[in-house]
Design a protein around this ligand. Sequence first.
Ligand SMILES: [Zn+2]
Length: 999
Amino acid sequence: MQKHLAISRGRLQTFLRPTQLPGKLYPAKSPVKLAVWRAPGRVTFAEAQRGTYRPARLGEKFGPLWATAWFKVDITIPAAWRGREVVFLWDSNSEACVWQNGVPLQGLTGSGVSAWMNVTGPARNRFHLTPHARGGERHTLYVELACNQLGGEHNQFLELGKLAQAEIAVFDRPVWDLLWDYIVIADMAQQLPTDSPRAAQALWAANAMINACNLDDRTTWPATRRLARQFLAARNGGGQHNLSAIGHAHIDTAWLWPLAETMRKCYRTFATAVRYMAEYPEYKFVCSQAQQLEWMKRQHPALYTKIKRYARADRFVPAGGTWVEPDCNIPSGESLVRQFLVGQRFFQKEFGRSCREFWNPDVFGYNGQLPQIMRGAGITRFLTQKLSWNQLNKPHAHTFWWEGIDGSRVLTHFPPADTYNGDASIKELLFNVRNYKDLERSNESYYLFGHGDGGGGPTYEMLEQLRRVRDTDGVPRVVQRSPEEFFDRLEADMKALTTQVGELYFELHRGTYTTQAKNKLHNRRSEDLLHDVEFLAAVAGRSYPVAELARLWKLVLVNQFHDIIPGSSITEVYRDSAAHYTDILASAGRLRNAALGQLISAGQQRVAVVNTLSFPRREVVTVAGKPAIVSAPAMGYAVQTPATKTDQPVTLIANTTGFVLENQFLRAALHRDGHLTQLTDKRTGREAIAGKANHFVLFDDVPANFDAWDMDVYHLEKRREVAGAKSCRVIEQSPLRVTVEFVFAISATSRMQHRVSLDAVAPRLDFACTVDWNETNKFFKVEFPTTIRSDVATYEIQFGHLQRSTHFNTSYDIARFEVCAHRWADLSEPGCGLALLNDCKYGYATHRNVMRLSLLRSPKNPDPVADIGRHQFRYALLPHAGDFRAAGVIPAARAFNAPLLLQPTGAPAGVRSFFSVNNPAVVIDTVKQAEDSRAVIVRLYEAHGARSRVRLTSQLPVAKATRCNLLEHDEAPVTWRNGGATLELRPFQIVTLKLARGR
Ligand SMILES: [Zn+2]
């Protein structure tokens, strides 16, 4: 015979046609008896047992989206099938779960899993009933049909919920084994370089198998399989790449489905994982997100017992250390600490070990304090991969040291297949090695396989492929290993890794700093309120509300999941989320009032002004409807009679063009159309504004791909100025505070009431907006052209700040055309600067001398009503002399977010400060009761980026002080003398102290 390699290669696929080898997989089929109950919603198995069932038939549809139907499946195995392996086949064009005796046994996923995930055909339609039928025996199963796909509601193109298959079949295992031998070899023939020996050998072997196999004569099959074994038996050389693999099912805790469906995705996925483990001894599965395991513990104890059994064998591996996989842009530093604290405590209690790795493969940017937070939570290793999606600059390394803004380092690995949903194909395994950017520094990498995003996890098909490539020449050695095993191997093998310093900015999904504005507002308010409750209850020292605080924190944490708080979920998710925040804010409000009541005696004669922040304050507040000047010490209160007069009043002059607002620090001129035309710092005479500031603009915001997630850089090219205010009036004019109100028509469909205030004591101009927003793909920002020239602007992040360019010199600078910040951004040149504070926003864009704050977006997908409705938010301008640190921008922004609390009291005038520090570089961030004792935890951080010495003092009796980590594990004793301790902090260091209460 002549050679015809290309034709032979083309032949390979023919053997996989339905009429060829796969057609032999189920040599006999038999119908089942089906009865159905359309459930009123997501019900328990016990409730499903009480349903009213009627006969069901193939071809029926069981919608609509999110509907649930329960099927009772009566199976009688034909007598003729004695000795055969028998399976149950099911395809309802949706997700489903097999139940028996009240226990979920396995998930099933029908055709057209998800257009989103590019999976076609049934992802999982087989449930193994018995390896050896007796013949004639009966089985009863329940199948719970969940009318959605793995990818939620995404795929519009299939008949969702249509029952396409329900039957039993004989499973011909020799065919199955032969099939996967053949697929692996044929794939090697196709995927290896055509000029490589192994590609040629694979092509020869696959062809020989087709030739040797007579499909109608099973006596030829063993010889065919021997050909495969001979080929696969060739071993790799010593230099071959080592790929550690682990089964995974990235389950988005909410996204294109609500939390209630996620709970079901969890048991479908986890039941499948433990069931397959019985059949595949090499199979390991990694499960992050403590929250999902807690649901199993509470709702499915029998399944949870199995999970724990496999966890003890290090095969079902709890990982990641956090409560959910959180967004890492928006949550506060303390929230991220709690993700680890609550998560690690769960893993420790339930599985006897805390995690050594942070597992967060799918998140939209990584703030520069994460390495320190990880380290503080006992974690030295980090796995993610999202930066492979970067628009302009792909990462230079897959394995590297990531060093945070304080100098803490973690070993970071991006799985080089650039996915957390691997399909275990030869193609992907080879790509993994080819794409690995650190091959010269490490011969180890990690590979995550299994359906993910909507859960599902590994399939039989994936496990069969990996089984054949543990060590076969030409393909990397693939062995399933836990994260711990993988990172141990990596650490032993790696050399001369490169280092990345600072944030890992994600060059995509920048809309997630702004989308679903109410969610972000409520998160900020919840964080602030829980901060106050914890501080006040800890210093009140009576009954600390342990259980309720734990419940509220878990609600905050779950809503920080990486598709909830970024704003990338469907409408229903935000309905749930809004209800959670209502609960949190109401309950935490009650707890705060209760703690205030314990701390401050009742009465009406005076006012106790309570300050929960760590620096003293003097501010104008509203008492009995009128402005008054009050003061309060750091982290404490002052009982006083508020002052309603001042020697240095604020003034307001209306003239023909507008208004001039002036206090002892600032002179601000506002045009009648609402623009700020002048903002002079009277202390220096320096003008901060260049041109029309407080200028509202609308951008067309039509991203190329992901509506809720993205804003593309081209939106900056389509900018429209919002028309000047329709009306203006003075609404407050007292010696202590003046306010002007403007009304804007933002568009034909959106309007804004806008108030600008200046008070007598603050060097800060305040802006309050109430917006009725009804737009389609419009992006609303406010702009401030300044007189400041600087190459960098500074932005607050968790427990610190960092700088980013104000120019577009390089692709890295352009990529950061929109950035995430917390309470403030600052643009300074030597001698002066301007800070732009906010009370609930996260998106900033400072370009050249123009500062912009992102206010509202209006994406239509996946939530068509995202952000439509009324919004209230505030921002403020703080011009300053000198450096932003010395000018007190950091405390000012904290104060802007944490109004002083006013509590009527009969107590005599006096001052009480529970905690204070003597260095403005150090911020006491959190005071709470310890998790395991009545000790008080005090968490502070160095906020200036400078090595600092600080004395912490407290009026509380302290018996013993200990430095501890973020998990509150003791690290070193601290000398506590004369009511305080002296600490040395390195730049941006977070320090946690545990103070045992004395008497
Ligand atoms: Zn995700």
